[in-house]
Design a protein around this ligand. Structure first.
Ligand code: CP
Length: 303
């Protein structure tokens, strides 16, 4: 692998290699001294042109735990405000002998466009409603951690699938890794022809939850909605939101995932988000290890 632009392109073996490497990186994160010299002398540029808490901070922590130098670039304060093009800015950053560019942008396709202009690896940290590959990898890792494997597990992805890069990356990754993926949400938020991606569309949240191992709730992507796609937040919460009572339809050992940020009381009730079997904060912990694995595999001695 020379880039990580999506989860559609890598093979199952490549995805499994990242998950296996994440295991080792998690062990480093659990030590008293959470630092190894693996990427000493490497420079990681985190170019986040859209807001982020989890992904941006975890990439920075991941780089530092591997002893790389991490440089953060945001839109405000950069020369983008002086009409420099994105590709020019990326080429200039790369010319400072950076070893890898991590990029988040509100427009789908930006990481792939930059990868065509640069000779260093590019990692997609979320592009519009296209893909968020490291989120799907940390989700897959969290499922494997909970159940020991992913093959045959029933994963229900519920909510605003159409506008969710997390859903798209998870659908590619989890079907490739052998999970049975169901999706459910308001018809206006389910992509037409989604069956072609090997998932099972469900017409109600109850149908999606029935016997599920993993319940993955999605945030409504308010920033990407054009016009009202559901009557009201109250109706959305009662029709598609996850409560403790509803969760009883899933398997007794089911786990609940959410990529964050959480809209409490909309797609998920706090009573579910903050208690067993929520794995939401484990996902965040695993996100650091996953990003350490990706940085190592793309820029370390394994290359
Ligand atoms: N899950 C996720 O991408 O969160 P951030 O937007 O905070 O990075």
């Amino acid at each position: 692998m020379k880039q990580l632009l999506d989860t559609e392109t890598p093979s199952r073996e490549e995805l499994e290699r990242i998950l296996d490497t994440t295991e080792a990186m998690l062990e480093i994160s659990q030590r008293d001294i959470k630092k190894v010299p693996t990427l000493r002398g490497r420079t990681v540029i985190n170019m986040f042109l859209e807001p982020s808490t989890r992904t941006r901070v975890s990439f920075e922590i991941a780089a530092k735990r591997l002893s790389a130098d991490a440089i953060n670039v945001t839109a405000s304060g950069s020369s983008l405000s002086k009409a420099e093009t994105l590709s020019d800015m990326a080429r200039n950053l790369s010319a400072m002998q950076a070893d890898v560019l991590v990029v988040r942008d509100r427009n789908a396709g930006v990481p792939a466009m930059l990868a065509r202009h640069l000779s260093i690896p590019v990692i997609n940290a979320g592009d519009g409603n296209h893909e968020h590959p490291t989120q799907a990898l940390l989700d897959a890792f969290t499922i494997r951690q909970a159940f020991g494997n992913i093959e045959g597990r029933v994963v229900s992805i519920i909510g605003d699938v159409a506008h969710s890069r997390v859903a798209r990356s998870n659908i590619h990754a989890l079907t490739k890794l052998g999970a049975e993926v169901r999706i459910a949400g308001p018809p206006t938020m389910i992509p037409v022809g989604v069956e072609q991606f090997g998932v099972k569309p469900c017409t109600s949240i109850d149908e999606a939850l029935d016997g599920a191992h993993v319940v993955m709730m999605l945030r409504i992507q308010m920033e990407r909605l054009e016009g009202a796609l559901f009557p009201s937040v109250r109706e959305y919460a009662s029709t598609w939101g996850l409560s403790r009572e509803r969760l009883r339809l899933a398997r007794p050992d089911a786990v609940v995932l959410h990529p964050g940020p959480v809209n409490r009381g909309v797609e998920i009730q706090s009573e579910v988000a903050d208690a067993e079997p929520s794995r939401i904060l484990d996902q965040v912990t695993n996100g650091v290890a996953t990003r350490m694995a990706v940085l190592y595999l793309l820029t370390g001695d394994s290359q």
